[in-house]
Design a protein around this ligand. Structure first.
Ligand code: ZN
Length: 436
C-alpha cells in the first residue's frame, strides 16, 4: 500500500478533529461549556445544568458528582409508584462558575429534590475551588496573599450558624468540620459565603445555611467589567400580511451548542422565532443570544434554572423570573415580554406574581421525547392552523435537523413565520379589522 493512502485518512481525521474543536470552543470565550439535560417523564421531571471545563481532572470530579446525585435521586424515586402527573418527583441541579484569578476557579453545584418521595425538599450545595494550571483543588489558605486569621473567622462563622439554628451543630462537630480544608464556599466580590449543608445537621433542619464572611481586598476577583457591546437589531424586514395565515416557532430550554446553527437555519430561510431562555445559561451564551436578537428573533423568560415554578414559594418564584429578567437586561440590554412557565405548568399564583405575559403553545412537537426526525417534522407540519404556536427545543441535534425541513414545508402551506410579539400584533390587527 502506498504511503499516500495512510496519510490522506489521517489528514482527513485531523481536519474533522480541528472542526470539532472549533465547534466546541465557538460557544464562548469562557473556559467552560454549559449544557442542560431537561426531562419530563411520567414519574419524574429533571433539569440538570452542568459544565464541562477545559480541565479534564476537574470534569471527572464534576461528572462523578452529578452521577452520584442522579443515582441517589433515581434510587429514591423507585419507591414511588403510580404517581399522578402533578405529583411527579423533581430533580434540579444548577451551577455557578467564577474565575477569581487565572489560576483560581470557584465552582458550585446546587442539588434540589422534591416531590411525593421526599418528606422535605432535599437540598445540598457542593463547591470546588480549582487551580487549572496545576489541575488541583485549592484550599482556603491558598487563596490569600496574606495569611488569614482563621480562628477569628471560626468564631464569627460559628456564631452566625448558631444564630440561624442553635441546635443544628455542636461546637466540637463544628471545629472538626470548619478547618482550612473546608471547601463548601463561594467567592464573591465582597468576601466569602460559607455553606452548611442540611445533611451535616440534626434531622429537623432542611435548609442550606449560608454564612457571609467579609474579606477586605485580600481576594483579587478578576475584573468583571466587560466592554459594553451594542446590539444592532436588524428589524425583520418581512412584512406580515394579517390576512394570510401565521405561525410562531418557539424554542425552549436553550441556549445550547445547537442554537447558533438554528439561528443560521432561520436566517437562511428569512424567518424569525421566539426563544424561551433559561437564565443560568445567559452568561455563557451571551454572543449567541446577542446574535439571536440582532437577527430579529425574540427572547422570552423560561425561569432561572428550570425549577418547577408552580411548586415554588411565591418568593422563590418571583426570584426565578426576576433573576432572568435582570440577567437579560444586564448582559444583553434586552427586556423579555413573555414568560413560558417550566413543564408547561401555570397557576394563578404565577400569573399574579409577574407582569410578563404568559406564553404557552398549541402544538407540541415532543422533540424532547421523539428521536425520529421524520416524526418531529410530521408533528410540526401536519394539521397546522393559522395562529398556532409550535413548541420545539434548541438543545437537541434532532430538533435542529427537523427544523431544516419544517420551515420549507410550512412555507409551502402558505404560513408566515412570526415571533410571539408579532403574533400578538397580528391578532390585534385582525380584531380591529373585524370591528371596523
Ligand atoms: Zn422547559
Amino acid at each position: 500500500m502506498s504511503k499516500r493512502w495512510i496519510i490522506i485518512p489521517i489528514f482527513l481525521l485531523f481536519i474533522v478533529l480541528i472542526g470539532c474543536l472549533v465547534l466546541e470552543t465557538k460557544q464562548t470565550n469562557k473556559p467552560y461549556f454549559v449544557e442542560s439535560d431537561i426531562k419530563d417523564t411520567s414519574n419524574y421531571v429533571q433539569s440538570i445544568t452542568s459544565i464541562t471545563t477545559t480541565s479534564k481532572k476537574l470534569n471527572d470530579l464534576l461528572e462523578k458528582h452529578i452521577k452520584e446525585q442522579t443515582d441517589f435521586f433515581y434510587e429514591q424515586i423507585k419507591k414511588t409508584e403510580h404517581p399522578l402527573l402533578i405529583d411527579r418527583d423533581e430533580l434540579n441541579i444548577d451551577y455557578t462558575f467564577e474565575i477569581i484569578q487565572p489560576d483560581t476557579w470557584n465552582i458550585s453545584y446546587t442539588t434540589f429534590m422534591t416531590g411525593p418521595t421526599f418528606t422535605y425538599p432535599y437540598k445540598r450545595i457542593d463547591c470546588w475551588t480549582w487551580n487549572p494550571k496545576t489541575e488541583k483543588e485549592k484550599s482556603l489558605d491558598e487563596l490569600f496573599t496574606d495569611s488569614i486569621d482563621f480562628s477569628s473567622w471560626k468564631n464569627y462563622v460559628f456564631g452566625k450558624l448558631k444564630a440561624e439554628c442553635s441546635s443544628c451543630i455542636s461546637e466540637d462537630d463544628f471545629n472538626e468540620l470548619f478547618t482550612e480544608n473546608f471547601k463548601t464556599f463561594r467567592i464573591t466580590e465582597a468576601g466569602i459565603i460559607f455553606y452548611f449543608n442540611p445533611f451535616l445537621f440534626n434531622d429537623d433542619y432542611y435548609d442550606i445555611i449560608p454564612v457571609f464572611q467579609k474579606v477586605d481586598n485580600k481576594l483579587l476577583l478578576s475584573n468583571k467589567n466587560q466592554e459594553e457591546q451594542e446590539i444592532k437589531i436588524i428589524k425583520s424586514h418581512n412584512i406580515i400580511d394579517p390576512n394570510q395565515p401565521v405561525i410562531a416557532l418557539t424554542f425552549d430550554d436553550g441556549p445550547s451548542k445547537y442554537t447558533e446553527e438554528i439561528l443560521e437555519i432561520l436566517k437562511k430561510n428569512q424567518v424569525n422565532a421566539t426563544f424561551f431562555i433559561v437564565g443560568n445559561k445567559i452568561d455563557a451564551y451571551q454572543d449567541v443570544l446577542r446574535k439571536s436578537i440582532e437577527n430579529g428573533n425574540e427572547l422570552g423568560n423560561h425561569s432561572y434554572n428550570h425549577q418547577w415554578l408552580s411548586r415554588l414559594s411565591t418568593k422563590e418564584l418571583i426570584n426565578q423570573i426576576d433573576k432572568t429578567q435582570q440577567m437579560m437586561e444586564e448582559k444583553l440590554h434586552y427586556t423579555p415580554r413573555y414568560l413560558r412557565p417550566t413543564y408547561g405548568s401555570i397557576t394563578n399564583r404565577i400569573r399574579k406574581n409577574t407582569n410578563l405575559e404568559i406564553a404557552l403553545w398549541t402544538v407540541d412537537t415532543k422533540d424532547w421525547k421523539i428521536h425520529n426526525i421524520n416524526r418531529i417534522v410530521e408533528r410540526a407540519t401536519r394539521n397546522i392552523e393559522d395562529g398556532d404556536i409550535i413548541l420545539m427545543h434548541d438543545i437537541f441535534e434532532r430538533s435542529k435537523e427537523a427544523l431544516k425541513r419544517i420551515i420549507p414545508k410550512l412555507k409551502k402551506q402558505g404560513f408566515q413565520f412570526v415571533t410571539m410579539s408579532e403574533l400578538e400584533e397580528v391578532n390585534l390587527l385582525r380584531e380591529l379589522q373585524k370591528s371596523n
